[in-house]
Design a binder for this molecule. Structure first.
Ligand code: SF4
Ligand code: SF4
Length: 222
């Protein structure tokens, strides 16, 4: 039950005679219209012949899965992005890593780009900067299945966008700057310690649901 003292009564603002004529508001509106008509650059883009230049500092487009300096997938299959994702559109199957420097790697890594709300929480959660949202926005598919990007597709996006670092500008987004290799190595070592100290979220050859996953066919190209 709402108490009387919790109710806030709001009085309607008083409108003067000048306000009732709306002359000031019309003049302000005309000023904006004329300003755009004569002085502002035209914003119409003849898409798809012309493409708009995106601001890589704050735009969140299609994901990419980064490679490490040795060209391998940088993801260490820690499941933090999948856990953080509010839309539940990331699905990872972890497997025992074929490399000495990490415990696990993603055997499967799928993102449903149609279900994604492009909030950026996955890239924020990633401790090794393996997943990032790029400035690419014009990716199309003829079916919903085509819009589920698997690991190979996400690595392809990395290969085509690797020259631009989609580093979010902290002044705009509040994100912290991360991504230097020193930090990558520190976090990778820390993750390795953590997985040795506790039970991993998903054991090798096991999905998050605890089901046994098929072994990878070719780890060399992962
Ligand atoms: S951007 Fe947001 S919704 Fe999309 S995959 Fe990442 S965490 Fe999930
Ligand atoms: S948070 Fe990063 S390292 Fe962990 S599973 Fe996701 S992409 Fe891989």
């Amino acid at each position: 039950m709402i108490r009387d003292e919790d109710i806030v009564r709001v009085e309607a603002p008083r409108i003067s005679a000048a306000d009732r004529l709306y002359l000031t508001q019309i003049a302000q509106g005309m000023k904006v219209t004329l300003n755009h008509l004569f002085f502002k650059p035209r914003m119409t883009v003849q898409y798809p012949e012309q493409k708009r230049e995106m601001n890589t500092q704050n735009y969140r487009g299609v994901h990419r899965l980064n490679r490490d300096p040795d060209g391998r997938v940088a993801c260490v299959a820690c499941f933090m992005c999948q856990t953080a994702c509010p839309a539940h559109c990331i699905h990872i199957v972890a497997d025992e890593s074929p490399w000495e420097d990490r415990e696990k790697y993603p055997q499967l890594f799928d993102i449903d780009e149609l279900r994604c709300i492009y909030c950026g929480m996955c890239e924020e959660a990633c401790p090794v900067d393996a997943i990032e949202l790029t400035y690419e926005y014009d990716v199309v598919g003829r079916s919903r299945d085509e819009m589920i990007f698997d690991k190979e597709k996400l690595l392809e996006v990395y290969d085509s966008t690797k020259d631009v670092k989609p580093r979010k500008n902290p002044k705009i987004t509040g994100y912290q700057r991360t991504g230097d290799r020193g930090k990558y190595d520190q976090l990778r070592d820390r993750l390795r310690e953590m997985t040795q100290q506790s039970n991993p979220i998903s054991a090798p050859h096991q999905t998050v649901d605890g089901e046994r996953a098929p072994a990878p066919e070719n780890k060399e190209n992962a």
